[in-house]
Design a protein around this ligand. Structure first.
Ligand code: HEM
Ligand SMILES: [Cu+2]
Length: 650
């Protein structure tokens, strides 16, 4: 059966019905929970928040939802690939391509990014001793634009066609309407809307870190995680506009039939250049904050200062700089000529140098430390050897003639997951366990945590190590099956078993969330790990009202040194009264998100009036913000804030 829906038809196949049913069940469950637990009012308060901690939690919560969806996609793919010549449910052929594309797109843009930006939101303002981000309103808007983008991409599956041209959306395949339907439009609008939010977030972090550090915190006293946030934000600011531009052209080609990427009048290679000029920096955007987390966690749980702080900062800067000079390593087989290939091969290999420096610094930090094997530390320790494997395969692929063999094979799938999972996702989990008390005021259960960590780490290697070999044996990437005589069965079967183990690990994490919430282990949560940086000097969960007078920073790892000197109390940097701006809660960002949703919906389904309503709505809301923003700001003096804090604590 198929139902007409604007410019398309929704085929009610069994998978679509199953997806719709599960969406309806989840919606009803949420409605019942909100009503029974009388949470409607707190939900309202929550979505209008401008507090960086709550916004960070939102990023992570939505990121986790998308992680479940993208993880389910992965399980479906791995099941389809478990046996030769297998036909699992509907997930072969075009459906496999859809699930594969949604998986990659969601994991990069709507899982890795929000996990890290969420943690940045929670930890950065605390680490630099400021009350909030420089622009709390934009912070909330950025987050809602990310949510809307993610919802758009997720919706595509049930509304008549998910994108199916891979996360790289290569043209002309992507704009072939017979294959892609509305899929590419969903992809382009989803990424465009969330990308606008990401660019605003980057500006927000850059301004916050450059302008709002507590007095005394010179550049060389900035904690490494904050450094990584600053560098990542700079990369976002320079790289995302390339994606935005590329997507605008893609939308024109796809919706209005311009032919910029067309093989006749335009050039498909143009898309590849624009995409990878963004795409390679993007992989460093999602790895640098993870590097920052590993540095914090390894120093804390080795009870030692990080080894080689300045070389850590310098190597991040060099990695950030080089990340813009390597994009053609994704295009070696396009035929750009030996000169381009050699130059970009060499720049790619160069990145191994600063990365190697960081690896050795982490190892030297561990050396002679008194190491505590917490869950956060387990993820950080597992990262080191796993990421090195991903780095080695990366250098192998930078060898141009060799890459002609690896290209578009499962070797690449192995490589990309070794850097993305062992880097970014291990980092995110490490950060969750580490900063959970700052987010919620209780710690996550360590026993379940360790089970989760071990199942995830082992499952990860069991899944992805065999892919190196299947790739070398010739299994192509983005393929939904293979033949019995290809000799790929055993390797694929092992990969699938590993993937199920990772699935179990994610369920263990969900169980841990629930279990720890019930138990609420609160003892000593202000500074549970004997922390070194400022976030551990404030209460847990961190309150929006803190530091009525900015603390004076005397050292790198300021809190640690104050604990050495005395009881860890930070001295205020001034006795003078100062004026403090606080942005009041506002629902405007959510409404603006709704405007962007309407505009995108109209463009995707080619219904002009819906798009116009969305666009006009956005303009009106922006106008309203411009004339009303002063009303949304509250001014405090330091004295008033001190009293307010006393009342909150009292
Ligand atoms: C949870 C365990 C995961 C499993 C079992 C898994 C499995 C897979 C599989 C089977 C493919 C398809 C390969 C193909 O057909 O070419 C794939 C592609 C991909 N995965 Fe994962 N994955 C996982 C997690 C992740 C994570 C955490 C990320 C990123 C943060 C990620 C990023 C990607 C990307 C970018 C692609 C390429 C999609 C494309 O070719 O367009 N995956 N993954
Ligand atoms: Cu690259």
């Amino acid at each position: 059966m198929s139902i007409p829906f604007f410019n398309t038809h929704i085929k009610l196949a069994s998978d679509i019905i199953a997806a719709n049913l599960s969406i309806i069940v989840m919606m009803i469950a949420a409605l019942i929970f909100l009503t029974v637990a009388k949470k409607w009012k707190s939900l309202w308060m929550l979505i209008s928040t401008t507090d960086h901690r709550k916004i960070g939690i939102f990023y992570i919560a939505f990121g986790f939802l998308f992680f479940l969806r993208a993880g389910l996609d992965a399980m479906l793919m791995r099941t389809q690939l478990a046996f030769p010549d297998f036909h699992f449910w509907v997930f072969h052929g075009e459906k496999y391509n859809q699930v594969m594309t949604t998986h990659g797109t969601l994991m990069i843009f709507f899982v890795a990014m929000p996990f890290l930006i969420g943690l940045m939101n929670i930890a950065v303002p605390l680490q630099i001793g400021t009350r909030d981000m420089a622009f709390p309103f934009f912070n909330s808007l950025s987050m809602w634009l990310f949510v809307i983008g993610g919802v758009l991409i997720n919706m595509s599956f049930v509304l008549g066609g998910a994108p199916s041209a891979g996360w790289t959306s290569y043209v002309p395949l992507a704009v072939d309407k017979d294959i892609a339907g509305n899929g590419t439009a969903f992809y382009a609008m989803g990424l465009q809307v969330s990308g606008i939010g990401t660019i605003m977030t980057a500006i927000n972090f850059i301004v916050t870190i450059l302008k709002n550090r507590a007095p005394g915190m010179g550049f060389m006293k900035i904690p490494l995680f904050t450094w990584s946030a600053l560098i990542t934000s700079t990369l976002i600011l320079l790289a995302f506009p390339a994606l935005s531009a590329a997507l605008i052209i893609l939308i024109f080609d796809n919706q209005f039939g311009t032919q910029a990427y067309d093989g006749g009048n335009g050039s498909p290679v143009l898309w590849q250049h624009l995409f990878w000029a963004f795409g390679h920096p993007e992989v460093y955007i999602v790895i640098l904050p993870a590097f920052g987390i590993f540095s914090e966690v390894i120093a804390t749980f080795s009870s030692k200062r990080i080894f080689g702080y300045s070389s850590m900062v310098l190597s991040m800067l060099v990695i950030g700089f080089l990340s813009f000079m390597v994009w053609i390593h994704h295009m070696f087989t396009v035929g750009l000529g030996p000169l381009a290939n050699v130059v970009f091969g060499i720049t790619s290999m160069l990145i191994a140098v600063p990365t190697g420096i960081k690896i050795f610094n982490w190892l030297f930090t561990l050396r002679g430390g008194s190491i505590r094997f917490s869950t956060a530390m387990l993820f950080s320790l597992a990262f080191i050897p796993s990421f090195v494997i991903g780095g080695v395969t990366g250098v192998m692929q930078a060898v141009v003639p060799a890459d002609y063999q690896y290209h578009d094979s499962y070797f690449v799938v192995a490589h990309l997951h070794y850097v993305m999972i062992a880097g970014t996702i291990f980092g995110a989990f490490s950060g969750f366990y580490y900063w959970w008390p700052k987010m919620f005021g209780y710690i996550l259960d360590e026993k379940i945590g360790k089970w989760q960590a071990w199942t995830f780490i082992i499952g990860f290697h069991v899944t992805f190590f065999p892919m190196h070999i299947s790739g070398l044996k010739g299994m192509p990437r983005r393929t939904f099956t293979y033949l019995p005589e290809d000799g790929l069965f055993e390797l694929n079967f092992i990969s699938t078993m590993g993937a199920y183990l990772m699935g179990i690990s994610v369920l263990l994490f969900a169980w841990n969330l629930f279990f720890s919430y019930r138990k609420k282990e609160k003892s000593g949560v202000a500074d549970p790990w004997n922390g070194r940086t400022l976030e551990w000097a404030v209460s847990s969960p961190s309150s929006h009202m803190r530091w009525p007078r900015a603390p004076l920073i005397r050292d790198l790892e300021a809190f640690w040194h104050e604990k050495e000197r005395g009881d860890g109390t930070l001295i205020p940097s001034t006795k003078e009264e100062s004026q403090i701006f606080v942005e009041k809660p506002t629902i405007l960002p959510v409404l603006l998100g709704g405007g962007f949703f309407t505009l995108s919906f109209g463009l995707i389904f080619e219904v002009l009036w819906i798009a116009v309503i969305g666009a006009v709505g956005i303009l009106l809301l922006m106008g309203w913000r411009s004339i009303s923003f002063e009303r949304n700001i509250k001014l405090y003096t330091s004295k008033q804030l001190e009293n307010a804090i006393r009342k909150e604590e009292g």
